[in-house]
Design a protein around this ligand. Structure first.
Ligand code: FRU
Length: 493
């Protein structure tokens, strides 16, 4: 018997802890054939509380094995967000014969009648993250003026042969460098007067990507999440910048002087990237926390709270003369597919007839049609619910409308329609939609515009339908796949 309950909104192919609270992904790293996900975790409650690092591993980016808590609070405070690296050259001196993992995280210490202190610390593991030692010299980095000084993302910079740390410091990010992960020097600060400052800056990330796959045209991408401020009904969101980085300073491109959102839904926050091969040609993967601080503590799940997005692959692509950050589902998700429907050059009437026979919850739809035509799908639909996902060609936008998607009374701003503009679509529109027990993730214009939204429909809402004003519309292709976790051989149900 499967242990997956179908009534608690737990995603079938998304990671959630078996029990209790989860927020940000931390320390994403690939080591010895395993992808590690550490995460902000409160092991004793289903709302945010004293933060630990939970831990899960996967070999295929779909089927996760939850492991014991990796890091627990200590005399320096709670364990807030951070990153993990493989110290291949033993720069830290923590290792003997074999390289191991080093976690760099924020120690968050509550101070009675004053604001908390946030300092950066280290822990290391010699057994693939199964057990950890905190460094006795903790904390390794503090700052006298920033109250918010957290979420270190560390990576090795081959050109300068140093570790780089990008860390949120109030309403900017600070860029430090170090030879050994212990001794950090401030190189520069970025962010004053640029980007969105609608909330506190959190969880920054910085990584290089080749533009259109051409390594000679490398650009650096910076992600910065901004916390929920009650003045903005969007809640917490993530923005991105593109530019150049020389090991000390990040110089943004002209295009980065306009705010660019990483995801146009409400539920992709504090996400981080990582690389899966310890070489320059490794692809850049990404996962985010699928919630929003505006209502994260109130979502209607029982026994656990919090889920991650699917793993995504990031690329930089020139579209309409602008370099855009493009997201596509990690290719491993294809292994989770079971084909349900596969149509080519099918009329909307034909497609509708087929869709009307389906009742599905956890699936992927891929649809392709002429980009000057508007199309709307109604998913997870039943007598009282439906989630509308479509492309409005007249506005050149893709949208998710969760106004009738199910339970919404836990927050006044949960309901609504979220849209993203589409850049230069020639010929065909390509839309890929991932649906699970409590989420939709839409990748439009082949990954240029992304919308990630939570939904809480009735258990019986499994219908799918499609409509267009053009009764003669033809889908160049339409595929539906049911998605289930990949079971490793010998793994029991
Ligand atoms: C982002 C965040 C981080 C912090 C963590 C605490 O969601 O607020 O800035 O480290 O969550 O759980």
């Amino acid at each position: 018997m499967s242990t997956i309950s179908t009534t608690d909104y737990r995603g079938i192919y998304h990671f959630s802890p078996k029990e209790k609270w989860m927020n940000d992904p931390n320390g994403m790293v690939f080591f010895k054939g395993e992808y590690h996900l550490f995460y902000q975790h409160h092991p004793f409650g289903t709302t945010w509380g004293p933060m630990h690092w939970g831990h899960a591993v996967t070999k295929d980016l779909v089927t996760w094995e939850e492991l014991p808590v990796a890091l627990a609070p200590d005399e320096h405070g709670m364990i807030f967000s951070g990153s993990a690296v493989v110290d291949w050259n033993n720069t830290s001196g923590f290792f003997d014969d074999e390289p191991g993992l080093v976690a760099i995280f924020t120690h968050h210490q509550e101070v009675p009648n004053d604001h908390p202190i946030q300092r950066q610390s280290l822990a290391y593991s010699k057994n693939s993250g199964r057990t950890w030692m905190k460094y006795e010299g903790n904390p390794v980095l503090e700052h006298e003026s920033f109250v918010d000084f957290r979420d270190p993302k560390v990576f090795w910079h081959e050109q300068t042969k140093e570790w780089i740390m990008i860390i949120a410091c109030g309403q900017t990010v600070c860029l430090y460098h170090s030879p050994d992960l212990k001794d950090w020097t401030l190189g520069s600060e970025f962010g004053a007067g640029i980007g969105s400052h609608d909330g506190v800056w959190e969880c920054p990330d910085l990584f290089p990507l080749a533009v259109d796959g051409d390594a000679s045209q490398e650009k650096w991408v910076m992600l910065v999440s901004i916390g929920a401020d009650p003045a903005f009904k969007e809640g917490s969101r993530t923005q991105y910048f593109t530019g150049d980085f020389n090991g000390i300073t990040f110089v943004p491109d002209e295009a980065s002087h306009t705010v660019r959102w990483f995801d146009h839904g409400r539920d992709n926050y504090a996400g981080v990237s990582w690389s899966d091969i310890p070489a320059e040609d490794g692809r850049r993967l990404f996962m985010g926390w699928m919630s929003n601080w505006m209502y994260a503590n109130q979502t209607p799940t029982e026994g656990y709270r919090g889920a991650m997005t699917i793993a995504r692959e990031l690329t930089l692509e020139k579209r309409d003369a602008e370099v855009l950050l493009v997201q596509r589902p990690a290719r491993e998700l294809e292994q989770a597919r079971t084909a349900v429907l596969s149509l080519q050059n099918a009329s909307i009437r034909q497609v509708s007839e087929q869709l009307n026979t389906l009742r599905l919850v956890n699936y992927e739809i891929y649809a392709e049609w002429a980009s000057d035509q508007s199309v709307q799908f109604a998913l997870r639909s039943g007598s009282d619910n439906e989630t509308l996902i479509g492309v409005d060609a007249s506005q050149n936008e893709v949208y998710v409308d969760r106004s009738r998607s199910g339970i919404s009374d836990f927050h006044e701003h949960f309901l609504g329609r979220h849209a993203a503009g589409l850049k230069a679509v020639d010929g065909n529109q390509h839309v890929r939609i991932y649906v699970d027990y409590s989420s939709v993730e839409v990748f439009a214009n082949d990954g240029q515009a992304v919308i990630t939204d939570l939904i809480y429909p009735d258990e019986g809402s499994k219908g799918i339908s499609v409509q267009s004003e053009n009764k003669d519309l033809v889908f160049a292709s339409l595929h539906i796949y049911e998605l289930s976790p990949i079971r490793a051989e010998g793994q029991s149900e």
